[in-house]
Ligand binder design. Structure first.
Ligand code: PHE
Length: 344
Protein backbone atom coordinates (compact mmCIF):
# COMPACT_ATOMS: atom_id res chain seq x y z
CA UNK A 1 0.00 0.00 0.00
CA UNK A 2 2.86 2.32 0.82
CA UNK A 3 4.19 1.80 -2.67
CA UNK A 4 0.81 2.67 -4.14
CA UNK A 5 0.67 5.87 -2.08
CA UNK A 6 4.19 6.85 -3.17
CA UNK A 7 3.28 6.27 -6.77
CA UNK A 8 0.14 8.35 -6.53
CA UNK A 9 2.08 11.13 -4.80
CA UNK A 10 4.42 11.28 -7.76
CA UNK A 11 1.52 11.32 -10.18
CA UNK A 12 -0.11 14.14 -8.28
CA UNK A 13 3.09 16.19 -8.27
CA UNK A 14 3.37 15.82 -12.03
CA UNK A 15 -0.27 16.63 -12.74
CA UNK A 16 -0.92 19.19 -15.50
CA UNK A 17 -4.04 20.15 -17.37
CA UNK A 18 -4.59 22.23 -20.48
CA UNK A 19 -8.16 23.17 -19.85
CA UNK A 20 -10.98 22.92 -17.36
CA UNK A 21 -12.25 19.61 -18.81
CA UNK A 22 -8.89 17.91 -18.39
CA UNK A 23 -8.70 19.22 -14.86
CA UNK A 24 -12.13 17.87 -14.04
CA UNK A 25 -11.05 14.46 -15.38
CA UNK A 26 -8.08 14.54 -13.02
CA UNK A 27 -10.30 15.48 -10.11
CA UNK A 28 -12.58 12.54 -10.85
CA UNK A 29 -9.63 10.18 -11.26
CA UNK A 30 -8.10 11.01 -7.91
CA UNK A 31 -10.56 12.74 -5.63
CA UNK A 32 -14.09 11.64 -6.50
CA UNK A 33 -15.94 9.00 -4.46
CA UNK A 34 -14.70 6.25 -6.77
CA UNK A 35 -11.29 7.87 -7.34
CA UNK A 36 -7.88 6.36 -6.60
CA UNK A 37 -7.48 8.08 -3.25
CA UNK A 38 -10.94 7.08 -2.04
CA UNK A 39 -10.11 3.49 -2.97
CA UNK A 40 -7.01 3.64 -0.80
CA UNK A 41 -9.14 5.01 2.02
CA UNK A 42 -11.30 1.89 1.75
CA UNK A 43 -8.25 -0.37 1.79
CA UNK A 44 -6.99 1.50 4.83
CA UNK A 45 -9.55 -0.36 6.96
CA UNK A 46 -7.59 -3.58 6.52
CA UNK A 47 -4.22 -2.14 7.51
CA UNK A 48 -2.84 -3.81 10.68
CA UNK A 49 -3.27 -1.67 13.80
CA UNK A 50 0.46 -1.03 14.34
CA UNK A 51 0.83 0.43 10.82
CA UNK A 52 -2.31 2.53 10.97
CA UNK A 53 -0.64 5.67 12.31
CA UNK A 54 2.11 5.92 9.73
CA UNK A 55 -0.12 4.87 6.89
CA UNK A 56 -2.86 7.29 7.95
CA UNK A 57 -0.43 10.21 7.87
CA UNK A 58 0.83 9.25 4.43
CA UNK A 59 -2.67 8.93 3.10
CA UNK A 60 -3.65 12.34 4.47
CA UNK A 61 -0.57 13.87 2.93
CA UNK A 62 -1.55 12.43 -0.42
CA UNK A 63 -5.10 13.66 -0.16
CA UNK A 64 -4.06 17.21 0.83
CA UNK A 65 -1.46 17.39 -1.91
CA UNK A 66 -3.99 16.30 -4.52
CA UNK A 67 -6.54 18.86 -3.32
CA UNK A 68 -3.95 21.63 -3.29
CA UNK A 69 -2.68 20.83 -6.73
CA UNK A 70 -6.14 20.71 -8.23
CA UNK A 71 -7.09 23.99 -6.58
CA UNK A 72 -3.91 25.61 -7.91
CA UNK A 73 -4.56 24.40 -11.45
CA UNK A 74 -8.18 25.48 -11.18
CA UNK A 75 -7.23 29.04 -10.33
CA UNK A 76 -5.21 29.22 -13.49
CA UNK A 77 -8.27 28.32 -15.58
CA UNK A 78 -10.71 30.47 -13.60
CA UNK A 79 -8.96 33.70 -14.55
CA UNK A 80 -8.67 32.63 -18.17
CA UNK A 81 -12.25 31.46 -18.42
CA UNK A 82 -13.70 34.67 -17.00
CA UNK A 83 -11.87 36.81 -19.52
CA UNK A 84 -10.68 39.16 -16.81
CA UNK A 85 -6.96 39.05 -17.41
CA UNK A 86 -5.19 41.61 -15.31
CA UNK A 87 -8.13 42.08 -12.96
CA UNK A 88 -7.61 41.14 -9.35
CA UNK A 89 -11.07 40.14 -8.22
CA UNK A 90 -9.98 39.77 -4.62
CA UNK A 91 -9.32 43.49 -4.31
CA UNK A 92 -11.72 45.81 -2.52
CA UNK A 93 -14.24 47.39 -4.86
CA UNK A 94 -12.93 50.76 -6.01
CA UNK A 95 -13.59 53.62 -5.68
CA UNK A 96 -15.31 53.56 -2.31
CA UNK A 97 -17.91 56.33 -2.51
CA UNK A 98 -17.58 58.62 0.49
CA UNK A 99 -20.72 60.25 1.85
CA UNK A 100 -20.93 64.00 2.38
CA UNK A 101 -22.18 65.93 5.34
CA UNK A 102 -25.68 67.31 4.92
CA UNK A 103 -25.68 71.09 4.26
CA UNK A 104 -27.84 71.66 7.34
CA UNK A 105 -25.31 69.77 9.47
CA UNK A 106 -22.48 71.81 7.98
CA UNK A 107 -24.24 75.09 8.80
CA UNK A 108 -25.37 73.89 12.25
CA UNK A 109 -21.81 72.87 13.11
CA UNK A 110 -20.52 76.23 11.95
CA UNK A 111 -23.07 78.11 14.09
CA UNK A 112 -22.40 76.11 17.25
CA UNK A 113 -18.69 76.31 16.63
CA UNK A 114 -18.83 80.13 16.50
CA UNK A 115 -20.85 80.32 19.72
CA UNK A 116 -18.67 77.62 21.26
CA UNK A 117 -15.69 79.92 20.85
CA UNK A 118 -17.63 82.59 22.76
CA UNK A 119 -18.18 80.24 25.69
CA UNK A 120 -21.58 78.70 24.86
CA UNK A 121 -22.20 75.03 25.64
CA UNK A 122 -24.59 72.80 23.70
CA UNK A 123 -27.87 71.64 25.25
CA UNK A 124 -30.36 69.31 23.66
CA UNK A 125 -33.84 68.20 24.62
CA UNK A 126 -36.82 66.11 23.45
CA UNK A 127 -38.69 66.77 20.20
CA UNK A 128 -41.90 65.36 21.68
CA UNK A 129 -42.62 67.89 24.40
CA UNK A 130 -45.40 69.12 26.64
CA UNK A 131 -47.21 72.43 26.47
CA UNK A 132 -45.64 73.47 29.76
CA UNK A 133 -42.13 73.63 28.32
CA UNK A 134 -42.99 74.85 24.84
CA UNK A 135 -45.51 77.55 25.78
CA UNK A 136 -46.70 77.98 29.38
CA UNK A 137 -43.36 78.57 31.09
CA UNK A 138 -42.33 80.82 28.20
CA UNK A 139 -45.07 83.26 29.07
CA UNK A 140 -47.46 82.38 26.26
CA UNK A 141 -51.00 83.42 27.22
CA UNK A 142 -53.53 80.57 27.38
CA UNK A 143 -55.17 81.82 24.18
CA UNK A 144 -52.00 82.66 22.26
CA UNK A 145 -52.48 81.82 18.58
CA UNK A 146 -49.22 79.82 18.37
CA UNK A 147 -50.92 77.22 20.57
CA UNK A 148 -53.50 76.78 17.85
CA UNK A 149 -53.77 73.61 15.78
CA UNK A 150 -52.67 75.64 12.79
CA UNK A 151 -49.19 75.94 14.23
CA UNK A 152 -48.79 73.08 16.63
CA UNK A 153 -48.79 69.33 16.04
CA UNK A 154 -50.63 67.64 18.88
CA UNK A 155 -49.66 64.14 19.97
CA UNK A 156 -52.02 63.78 22.91
CA UNK A 157 -54.73 66.27 23.83
CA UNK A 158 -55.85 66.72 27.39
CA UNK A 159 -59.21 68.50 27.56
CA UNK A 160 -59.24 69.13 31.31
CA UNK A 161 -55.82 70.75 31.49
CA UNK A 162 -54.32 72.03 28.24
CA UNK A 163 -50.92 72.49 29.87
CA UNK A 164 -50.69 68.69 29.98
CA UNK A 165 -50.99 68.44 26.20
CA UNK A 166 -48.23 66.47 24.50
CA UNK A 167 -47.03 68.19 21.34
CA UNK A 168 -44.13 68.34 18.90
CA UNK A 169 -41.97 71.29 19.89
CA UNK A 170 -42.39 74.32 17.64
CA UNK A 171 -39.12 75.93 18.77
CA UNK A 172 -36.09 74.82 20.79
CA UNK A 173 -36.78 77.45 23.46
CA UNK A 174 -38.27 74.46 25.33
CA UNK A 175 -34.72 73.21 25.86
CA UNK A 176 -33.79 76.51 27.49
CA UNK A 177 -36.71 76.08 29.90
CA UNK A 178 -35.53 72.58 30.78
CA UNK A 179 -31.99 73.80 31.42
CA UNK A 180 -33.15 76.74 33.58
CA UNK A 181 -35.36 74.40 35.64
CA UNK A 182 -32.32 72.42 36.70
CA UNK A 183 -29.43 74.88 36.76
CA UNK A 184 -28.67 78.23 38.33
CA UNK A 185 -26.81 81.01 36.47
CA UNK A 186 -24.38 81.54 34.94
CA UNK A 187 -26.07 79.69 32.07
CA UNK A 188 -24.65 80.08 28.58
CA UNK A 189 -26.05 77.59 26.08
CA UNK A 190 -27.00 77.05 22.45
CA UNK A 191 -29.78 74.59 21.64
CA UNK A 192 -29.67 73.08 18.15
CA UNK A 193 -32.46 70.82 16.99
CA UNK A 194 -35.43 69.99 14.80
CA UNK A 195 -38.74 71.75 15.32
CA UNK A 196 -42.21 71.20 13.87
CA UNK A 197 -44.91 73.58 12.66
CA UNK A 198 -48.13 72.70 10.96
CA UNK A 199 -47.49 74.47 7.65
CA UNK A 200 -48.38 73.49 4.11
CA UNK A 201 -45.23 72.27 2.39
CA UNK A 202 -43.94 74.52 -0.39
CA UNK A 203 -40.63 75.81 -1.69
CA UNK A 204 -40.42 78.27 1.20
CA UNK A 205 -42.11 76.46 4.11
CA UNK A 206 -41.97 72.96 5.55
CA UNK A 207 -43.70 71.19 8.42
CA UNK A 208 -40.34 70.78 10.11
CA UNK A 209 -37.15 72.78 10.11
CA UNK A 210 -34.08 73.27 12.26
CA UNK A 211 -33.08 75.90 14.76
CA UNK A 212 -30.23 77.02 16.92
CA UNK A 213 -31.39 79.07 19.87
CA UNK A 214 -29.13 80.67 22.46
CA UNK A 215 -29.51 81.74 26.08
CA UNK A 216 -27.28 83.62 28.45
CA UNK A 217 -28.39 84.29 32.04
CA UNK A 218 -26.19 85.86 34.70
CA UNK A 219 -25.95 88.92 36.92
CA UNK A 220 -25.99 92.18 34.99
CA UNK A 221 -26.52 90.82 31.47
CA UNK A 222 -27.65 93.67 29.21
CA UNK A 223 -28.96 94.30 25.72
CA UNK A 224 -25.52 95.62 24.77
CA UNK A 225 -24.02 92.18 25.47
CA UNK A 226 -26.63 90.62 23.21
CA UNK A 227 -25.92 93.04 20.40
CA UNK A 228 -22.17 92.53 20.55
CA UNK A 229 -22.43 88.73 20.57
CA UNK A 230 -24.80 88.80 17.59
CA UNK A 231 -22.55 91.20 15.67
CA UNK A 232 -19.56 88.91 16.21
CA UNK A 233 -21.64 85.94 15.12
CA UNK A 234 -22.81 87.68 11.93
CA UNK A 235 -19.28 88.70 11.02
CA UNK A 236 -17.88 85.22 11.65
CA UNK A 237 -20.67 83.62 9.65
CA UNK A 238 -20.99 86.04 6.73
CA UNK A 239 -17.71 87.96 6.63
CA UNK A 240 -15.99 90.77 8.55
CA UNK A 241 -17.70 93.55 6.58
CA UNK A 242 -21.21 92.36 7.59
CA UNK A 243 -23.39 94.92 9.35
CA UNK A 244 -26.37 94.22 11.60
CA UNK A 245 -29.49 96.14 12.51
CA UNK A 246 -32.10 95.41 15.15
CA UNK A 247 -35.79 96.14 14.61
CA UNK A 248 -38.31 96.16 17.50
CA UNK A 249 -40.46 93.04 17.54
CA UNK A 250 -42.53 90.95 19.89
CA UNK A 251 -42.09 87.51 21.47
CA UNK A 252 -43.98 86.46 24.63
CA UNK A 253 -40.76 85.29 26.30
CA UNK A 254 -38.54 88.31 25.71
CA UNK A 255 -38.91 91.97 26.60
CA UNK A 256 -37.75 94.01 24.83
CA UNK A 257 -37.71 91.87 21.69
CA UNK A 258 -36.07 92.45 18.34
CA UNK A 259 -35.53 90.94 14.96
CA UNK A 260 -32.06 91.12 13.52
CA UNK A 261 -31.20 91.84 9.90
CA UNK A 262 -27.77 91.57 8.33
CA UNK A 263 -26.58 93.60 5.38
CA UNK A 264 -27.45 91.49 2.34
CA UNK A 265 -24.46 89.24 1.77
CA UNK A 266 -25.37 88.78 -1.88
CA UNK A 267 -25.29 92.41 -3.04
CA UNK A 268 -23.26 93.73 -0.10
CA UNK A 269 -26.11 96.03 0.92
CA UNK A 270 -26.58 97.82 -2.39
CA UNK A 271 -29.96 96.21 -3.06
CA UNK A 272 -30.84 93.16 -5.17
CA UNK A 273 -33.85 90.91 -5.80
CA UNK A 274 -32.80 88.61 -2.92
CA UNK A 275 -33.09 91.40 -0.32
CA UNK A 276 -36.02 92.95 -2.20
CA UNK A 277 -33.81 95.95 -2.89
CA UNK A 278 -33.64 96.92 0.78
CA UNK A 279 -30.00 95.91 1.31
CA UNK A 280 -31.00 93.96 4.44
CA UNK A 281 -32.11 90.37 5.16
CA UNK A 282 -33.67 89.09 8.35
CA UNK A 283 -31.86 86.26 10.09
CA UNK A 284 -33.01 85.87 13.68
CA UNK A 285 -35.23 86.84 16.62
CA UNK A 286 -33.86 87.91 19.98
CA UNK A 287 -34.44 89.85 23.16
CA UNK A 288 -33.97 90.09 26.91
CA UNK A 289 -35.51 87.11 28.71
CA UNK A 290 -38.84 88.19 30.21
CA UNK A 291 -38.61 88.17 34.05
CA UNK A 292 -41.78 86.02 34.11
CA UNK A 293 -39.89 83.28 32.27
CA UNK A 294 -36.96 83.35 34.70
CA UNK A 295 -39.32 83.18 37.69
CA UNK A 296 -41.37 80.36 36.13
CA UNK A 297 -38.17 78.35 35.77
CA UNK A 298 -36.94 78.94 39.33
CA UNK A 299 -34.42 81.71 38.65
CA UNK A 300 -34.73 84.89 40.70
CA UNK A 301 -35.42 87.67 38.20
CA UNK A 302 -34.50 90.33 40.79
CA UNK A 303 -30.95 88.99 40.88
CA UNK A 304 -30.42 87.75 37.34
CA UNK A 305 -31.13 88.90 33.83
CA UNK A 306 -30.48 87.29 30.49
CA UNK A 307 -30.80 87.41 26.74
CA UNK A 308 -32.03 84.86 24.22
CA UNK A 309 -31.93 84.52 20.47
CA UNK A 310 -33.13 81.99 17.94
CA UNK A 311 -32.49 81.36 14.26
CA UNK A 312 -33.52 78.89 11.56
CA UNK A 313 -30.64 76.85 10.18
CA UNK A 314 -32.36 76.57 6.78
CA UNK A 315 -32.52 80.36 6.58
CA UNK A 316 -28.80 80.73 7.28
CA UNK A 317 -28.02 77.93 4.83
CA UNK A 318 -30.09 79.70 2.17
CA UNK A 319 -28.16 82.89 2.67
CA UNK A 320 -24.86 81.08 2.48
CA UNK A 321 -25.64 78.71 -0.37
CA UNK A 322 -28.75 80.24 -2.00
CA UNK A 323 -30.83 77.09 -2.04
CA UNK A 324 -33.91 78.07 -3.97
CA UNK A 325 -36.27 75.37 -2.69
CA UNK A 326 -36.45 74.41 0.99
CA UNK A 327 -37.72 70.95 0.12
CA UNK A 328 -34.29 70.03 -1.28
CA UNK A 329 -33.01 69.80 2.28
CA UNK A 330 -35.20 66.81 3.07
CA UNK A 331 -35.38 64.94 -0.22
CA UNK A 332 -32.00 63.19 -0.02
CA UNK A 333 -31.27 63.80 -3.68
CA UNK A 334 -27.60 62.90 -3.86
CA UNK A 335 -27.05 65.29 -6.80
CA UNK A 336 -27.96 68.14 -4.42
CA UNK A 337 -26.07 66.74 -1.42
CA UNK A 338 -22.92 66.16 -3.50
CA UNK A 339 -22.69 69.89 -4.15
CA UNK A 340 -21.63 70.35 -0.54
CA UNK A 341 -18.73 67.91 -0.76
CA UNK A 342 -16.13 70.63 -0.43
CA UNK A 343 -17.96 72.74 2.13
CA UNK A 344 -16.98 71.03 5.39
N1 PHE B 1 -38.29 80.97 19.67
C1 PHE B 1 -38.36 81.97 18.64
C2 PHE B 1 -38.89 81.31 17.37
O1 PHE B 1 -38.91 80.11 17.28
C3 PHE B 1 -37.03 82.58 18.35
C4 PHE B 1 -36.52 83.41 19.49
C5 PHE B 1 -35.71 82.82 20.44
C6 PHE B 1 -36.83 84.73 19.60
C7 PHE B 1 -35.23 83.56 21.49
C8 PHE B 1 -36.38 85.47 20.64
C9 PHE B 1 -35.56 84.90 21.58
O2 PHE B 1 -39.28 81.96 16.45
Amino acid sequence: MIAKIEQLLQEVEAMTANNAEELEALRIKYLSKKGAISELMTDFRNVPAEQKKEMGMKLNELKNKAQEKIAALKEQFDTRDNECDGLDLTRTAYPIALGTRHPLSIVRNEIIDIFGRMGFNISEGPEVEDDLHVYTKLNFAADHPARDMQDTFFVEVNDEDVTKNIILRSHTSSVQVRVMEHAQPPIRIVCPGRVYRNEAISYRAHCFFHQVEGLYVDKGVSFTDLKQVLLLFAQEMFGAETKIRLRPSYFPFTEPSAEMDISCNICGGKGCPFCKHTGWVEILGCGMVDPNVLDACGIDSKVYSGYAFGMGIERIANLKYRVSDLRLFSENDTRFLKEFEAAH
